[in-house]
Design a protein around this ligand. Structure first.
Ligand code: VG1
Ligand code: CO
Length: 545
């Protein structure tokens, strides 16, 4: 039976973010989750209602995923959806959800994940709405959802038993059909269309070795199916391949710190040819060659320079987009290819319009996110497949590909220093005072370098003209070096300050330096300019990537 439940507004959705991320304890308390779901439905409901419409639902398998999916399904039925497509076991990686939405011409989807944030009863949970293009809702939609969360008075739900999520096939909730689908099938079919699976099978048959760390998160089932079963990678190539509700107690964040075992394996004498990892919801990727870590910004540039070697991109790419803090390495490739390179604010939703308009083929972020126009999310497994396809055609190691790339384009040494869980007032004060200094910097010398520009990044969407300001403080130097400061929008406690540092090195004889050593002077300058250690009392960053 459908029923209406009286409720009260909820706090805590940050305007400008594409979803909601909070502690599980907050999500599970009272009507928090139903209030958010109803706010989404109220904000996006067409005039004709949801009659005839299909909603895709799935998540990364973290704690509270299954309970939340049952809540969403009951509410979708009460709100008049005709159909829900849900991944078996409640599983859908974020890129697979994007693929399913597009493949089945759904109205949109609700993706349950807090991405790389830790899970478990004391960990984080999250939920976001993706529209019919398969991508995260644009800011005007998230603003409308936010407005609804502040005035919600009731939500619609139904009573009745839970849907059996273990059984593939059709079930009914009132008048709504629920179809439990294989979470891998549509995604695998798409990957088979994009890449040369025969060449990849030959690569593995010739003895190529892979270590893929699924970090006990959502990519396990995808990686087992694609790398081991389809492509013939040796059993055991996929590590930590069973999704666990608490990710085994780890942060499912593929970086040098949280994927330390993988990193050390790739630096050891037992290193396989390629090491890779993905995050909680499967949209990020880490690429490590034998003895060589590939910075995500470099990975974007190298994929762009070589994409034409894979069937999907044989005709070439039409453009690249990168988030502002991502290094300028991709810009150099775009220039050489004669295609545009767009600089957007942080967050995948800013790529949606450019992709929909056919302005770009590849997109990427320094935070280990790369993707293309095949879906509207970044895509971890896709990135590994594109690397494999490139290595299979070039018959070279990751190290050779990287060094040839740097010899041709120059190398952008790059690092990000995160200071997590800072006092919010201190972090905001630091940003405010730094922003006030910026106008006086251009033309001056800092540590012997001429400041070419300094501003608070503001973006005008080239397609719909919408303006997003306050997107990070950047200081660019005449020699191509750059320092960027931003506060994270995805943390769930205190404030996280991210400092992004890069230096351009054209000289090929200097392309084998250790990254932190190559950037030490700029790191020191970044600290002094903003007074990081002095203001926060922190002597070292929480995470260096
Ligand atoms: C971080 C990254 C950003 C990424 C976002 C979501 O945001 O820096 O590049 O798009 O996470 O990634 P922030 O505001 O904390 O810096 V994921 O894997 O959560 O979908
Ligand atoms: Co993610």
């Amino acid at each position: 039976m459908k029923r209406t439940v009286a409720t009260a507004p909820i706090a805590g959705m940050k305007p400008g973010t594409s979803g909601l991320r909070k502690k599980v304890t907050e999500f599970a308390a009272g009507h928090y989750l139903p209030n958010f779901v109803q706010s989404v439905f109220d904000a996006v409901r067409p005039e004709s209602g949801f009659a005839g419409q299909c909603l895709v639902v799935g998540g990364d398998g973290r704690f509270y995923n299954l309970e939340a999916i049952q809540v969403v399904i009951r509410m979708a039925a009460a709100n008049g959806f005709a159909r829900v497509l849900v991944g078996q076991g409640g599983i859908l990686s974020t890129p697979a959800a994007s693929c399913v939405i597009r493949q089945h011409a759904a109205f949109g989807g609700l993706i349950l994940s807090a991405s790389h944030n830790p899970g478990g009863p004391d960990g984080d949970f999250g939920i976001k709405f993706n529209g019919a293009n398969g991508g995260p809702a644009a800011e005007k939609v998230t603003d409308a959802i936010h407005a609804c969360t502040l005035k919600i008075a009731e939500f619609q739900t139904t009573d009745g038993p839970d849907v059996d999520l273990s059984r593939i096939g059709r079930q009914w909730v009132e008048a709504m059909e629920v179809e439990v689908i294989d979470p891998v099938a549509d995604y695998l079919a798409l990957m088979q269309r994009l890449f040369d699976f025969d060449a990849l099978r030959r690569l593995f048959a010739s003895g190529f070795t892979l270590a893929f760390d699924a970090m006990h998160a959502v990519t396990g089932p995808y990686a087992h199916a694609i790398f081991e079963r389809e492509l013939g990678a040796a059993p055991g190539s996929v590590r930590n391949g069973t999704p666990l509700p608490d990710f085994g107690g780890h942060h499912p964040d593929p970086n040098r710190v949280h994927a330390k075992d993988l990193y050390e394996l790739l630096m050891s004498p037992q290193a396989p040819d390629l090491g890779a990892a993905s995050d909680g919801d499967g949209d990020r990727n880490l690429i490590i060659g034998r003895g060589l870590f590939v910075a995500p910004s470099d990975s974007l540039a190298m994929l762009a320079a070589n994409a034409h070697l894979a069937p999907a991109y044989r005709a070439g790419i039409v453009g690249i987009a990168r988030s502002m803090p991502t290094s300028g390495a991709a810009d150099r490739v775009a220039q050489a290819l004669g295609v545009p390179c767009y600089e957007t604010p942080t967050g995948w939703k800013f790529f949606g319009n450019l992709l929909d308009a056919g302005k770009v083929t590849l997109c990427g972020e320094e935070s280990a996110g790369t993707g293309s126009d095949h879906v509207r999310e970044k895509d971890g497994i896709w990135a590994v497949l594109l690397w494999l396809n490139i290595l299979a055609v070039r018959r070279q190691s990751v190290r050779q590909v990287a060094h040839e790339h740097w010899a041709r384009f120059g190398r952008n040494y790059y690092t990000r220093h995160d200071h997590e869980d800072l006092d919010s007032a201190i972090a905001q004060g630091l940003m405010r005072d730094l922003a006030a200094q910026l106008p006086s910097l251009p033309g001056t010398m800092l540590d012997g370098k001429v400041v070419a520009m300094a501003d608070d990044f503001s973006y005008v969407d080239p397609i719909d003209g919408s303006v997003s300001s306050g997107q990070g403080l950047r200081i660019g130097f005449a020699d191509g070096s750059r320092i960027v400061y931003r506060l994270s929008g995805t943390g769930t406690s205190g404030a996280t300050l991210r400092v992004y540092i890069e230096r351009f090195e054209p000289d090929a004889s200097l392309h084998d330096q250790e990254t932190q050593a190559a950037l030490a002077d700029l790191v020191g300058l970044a600290d002094r300019l903003a007074g990081i250690r002095e203001r926060t009392g922190r002597q070292t960053p929480s995470v260096i990537t």
